[in-house]
Design a protein around this ligand. Structure first.
Ligand code: 3PG
Ligand code: MG
Length: 400
């Protein structure tokens, strides 16, 4: 990569200088305990960058999005709890600004002393962050850039977004890639350009339409593509099975049929499914063959025979990339598929990459040993778009 890194910046000296850091602090929250972070992996992933800057005496201004608020303040998406957690992880206070570029942010950024860290309120409380209009984004980027002398992007999870804080700020300030971005890109490059064979990809998640581009890009490169999660039902339907009330993208059935024929047996689907009466932890559920899902039930996980089938394919691999849970792992009765596949991945004699938000969160919330995986990415969409071969705006901006 021809870009400047955080180490270059530290080498230039940052004591007393103001550094604007884009982080991806878009962490999941506990659905039954509002305000409680259920997985702080993304916050932990950016710590080395923040610590290095803090310890070098920089005045650190951190910015992030959280969720998808619609360009205006929405208390549901405040970063305040994340500032608290970040302070605990850093072992030093994180000042929190109640706005992003408004009077509070300006006052608090201005009052920073050497080695202090400030977190701005959610970037997406401002229309300019995600605006399609280049001029509107650039104007907001200008307000952010006014806070600092340097810009460090360590938000790998957001590098696929052409947003003001990811793309446009880099055009205004001297810019550097953080260690997380460098590490993520190195790993994905290796998996994309020279994966050791056999190469097995495991895909889950709810929608085929979201994964279509990556499936098409990967099919020629993989030995096996294992499909679980909500998206497997559209494939099962394409094979001629009825899927009851399971998730189904009707308009994608034809596409799935084409993919299955193109793949010539390399796409592997579940052979059994945990079928429930409704989407709930207390729902009555039974394991049925994938070809016999009752009309009044919906599949919420892959079954044990599927786990065994997938584990066998994974066991022979030298490279595994996994994105997307196999079932609704957040609900205990439907977690076994994701757990079983994850455990199989930890046992391979090779290199494994867990791509993304939900699967990375699954690894940690199911209590699996993170160190048993080769790499756990902080980016879901970002890692998939990298594998698709797309240009990532955040990386492009850093390379300019
Ligand atoms: C993610 O969670 O995938 C990243 O934080 C990006 O969020 P977004 O999909 O809302 O842009
Ligand atoms: Mg996402």
């Amino acid at each position: 990569m021809i870009l400047k890194t955080l180490d270059d910046l530290l080498g230039e000296g940052v004591s007393g200088r103001r550094v604007l850091v884009r982080a991806d602090l878009n962490v999941p929250f506990d659905k039954s305990n509002p305000g409680v972070i259920s997985d702080d992996g993304r916050a932990r992933a950016v710590l080395p960058t923040l610590i290095a800057l803090r310890d070098a005496g920089a005045r650190v201004i951190v910015m992030s999005h959280l969720g998808r608020p619609k360009g205006a303040p929405d208390p549901k998406y405040t970063l305040a709890p994340v500032a608290t957690r970040l302070g605990e992880l850093l072992g030093s206070e994180v000042v929190f600004a109640g706005d992003t570029v408004g009077p509070d942010a300006q006052a608090k950024a201005g009052a920073l002393t050497d080695g202090q860290v400030l977190l701005l309120e959610n970037l997406r409380f401002n229309e300019g962050e995600t605006a399609k209009d280049d001029a509107v984004r650039a104007a907001f980027a200008g307000e952010l850039a006014a806070f600092a002398d340097f810009y460090v992007d360590d938000a790998f999870g957001a590098v696929h977004r052409k947003h003001a804080s990811v793309y446009d700020v880099a055009a205004v300030l001297p810019h550097y890639a953080g260690g997380l971005v460098i590490k993520e890109v190195d790993v994905l490059k290796k998996v994309t350009e020279s994966p050791e064979q056999p190469y097995v990809v495991v895909l889950g998640g709810s929608k085929v339409s979201d994964k279509l581009a990556v499936i098409k890009a990967l099919l020629p490169k993989v030995d096996k593509l294992l499909v679980g999660g909500g998206m497997c039902f559209t494939f099962l339907k394409a094979q001629g099975h009825e899927v009851g009330k399971s998730l189904l993208e009707d308009e994608m059935v034809g596409t799935c049929r084409d993919l299955l024929s193109e793949a010539q047996g390399r796409i592997v689907l579940p052979v059994d499914v945990v079928a429930a009466t409704e989407f709930s932890a207390d729902a009555d559920h039974v394991t049925v063959p994938a070809s016999e899902i009752p009309a009044d039930r919906l599949g919420l996980d892959i079954g044990p025979e599927s786990v065994a089938l997938f584990a066998e394919a994974i066991g022979g691999a030298k490279t595994v990339f996994w994105n997307g849970p196999m079932g609704v792992f957040e609900l205990a009765p439907f977690a076994a598929g994701t757990r079983g596949v994850a455990e199989a991945i930890t046992k391979i004699d090779g290199f494994s990459v867990v791509g993304g938000g939900d699967s990375a969160a699954a690894v940690r919330t199911l209590g699996l040993d993170e160190s048993a995986f080769g790499h756990i990415s902080t980016g879901g969409g970002a890692s998939l778009e990298y594998l698709e071969g797309k240009t990532l705006p955040g990386i492009e901006a850093l390379e300019k």
